[in-house]
Design a protein around this ligand. Structure first.
Ligand code: SF4
Length: 341
């Protein structure tokens, strides 16, 4: 009990130990010159937010650090670019109940919270109306009732925001209620916490997962890791402990210009993930969200990179290269074979 309380304090205090001022971040990283190309998005709904635990994985004095580029507000985001919109996946059109998105036949997604440990500048939900679309405790039953009536749905995805921002008590309430629905066989959690503040995978959470996986519901966790530098030894240790609970561990990454668009980085990412017990699942090209166009790259570059990945990696270490297209009934694989070499 004492251990559990202390580890919980540990992740929660790390969560509060967060930088949300651009000048402070750049001072810590000894990069004052970057103040010119960045901006302080204090007035919008997507301010800078990065825990020091994640900043510690960045290299001081490196303006191109791949972890820094994922969080640093860049002035290029302020220029409107044709085709980049606030709801690139048309999620508003698939929102039958507050806090629930139903786009695909066999699965639904619940935005259980709008809170995240970190704000990623490429996030496709950076303009999402979390205020009006996060189920409060009293709306949980409404969400459950909706799912109960969808006989084709056998999987529920907890998303957000980041579901691991919730307290264990609140998270367990969702997991227990969902596991009680007769047709649900899989619950999937999408989170960035395991690479941002790995201590979030505390003993109480791991014990709950172990117990849950012995029942008929299988748990899947998709960690959102874009670069091998995000998995230091401490992170790898926590992921390995998580894997021992029986949770299926997968990764999805976004292909980001300047961050992970080179072959050595992608190879190292897949290898590092595997060493930590995580299988590469998806590599997505960027969703065309307003404010993130500067991360985008030509599809042909993605295809060329993918061929190199297939040459360098065993098949099980090559994630699926895909794009999410609004209103399509599945994630659309990118046809890597049409342009041949
Ligand atoms: S939802 Fe995920 S990608 Fe978006 S800001 Fe939060 S942690 Fe980052």
């Amino acid at each position: 009990m004492i251990n559990h309380l202390s580890s919980q304090k540990n992740w929660q205090s790390q969560l509060s130990d967060t930088i949300n001022r651009v000048d402070e971040l750049l001072t810590v990283l000894e990069l004052p010159e970057l103040l010119k190309s960045s901006y302080s998005p204090k007035q919008n709904n997507f301010p800078l937010r990065v825990p020091k635990a994640f900043v510690n994985k960045m290299k001081k004095g490196d303006p191109n650090d791949p972890l820094l580029l994922q969080v640093l507000p860049d002035k290029r985001a302020l220029q409107p670019v044709t085709g980049y919109v606030t709801d690139p996946l048309a999620e508003n059109e698939h929102n039958p109940v507050q806090g629930l998105i139903h786009k695909y036949q066999s699965r639904v997604l619940i935005t259980v919270t709008g809170a995240c440990a970190i704000h990623c500048r490429y996030c496709f939900r950076q303009h999402f109306d979390y205020q009006g679309n996060t189920p409060k405790r009293q709306q949980q039953q409404q969400v459950l009732n909706y799912i109960k009536n969808q006989t084709d749905v056998n999987e529920v995805i907890l998303s957000g925001g980041d579901p691991l921002s919730l307290s264990n008590q609140r998270l367990f309430s969702w997991l227990n209620d969902l596991a009680d629905l007769p047709q649900i066989t899989t619950i999937r959690i999408h989170t960035r916490f395991s690479v941002v503040i790995p201590e979030r995978l505390d003993e109480e959470l791991l014990a709950f997962f172990t117990n849950m996986n012995t029942n008929q519901v299988r748990l899947v966790m998709v960690i959102h890791c874009n670069h091998p530098n995000e998995i230091d030894d401490n992170t790898a240790r926590h992921l390995t402990k998580l894997q021992r609970t029986g949770v299926t561990l997968l990764n999805q990454a976004v292909l980001l210009k300047g961050v992970n668009d080179d072959i050595d980085t992608q190879v190292a990412l897949s290898q590092r993930l595997f060493q930590a017990g995580v299988l590469p699942y998806y590599l997505f090209v960027l969703d065309k969200v307003a404010g993130a166009s500067y991360f985008d790259l030509d599809e042909q570059i993605a295809i060329d990179l993918y061929w190199q990945m297939m040459e360098r990696l065993a098949g099980y270490l090559v994630p699926k290269l895909a794009r999410e297209i609004a209103n399509q009934p599945f994630k659309t694989p990118i046809n890597v074979y049409h342009a041949i070499r």
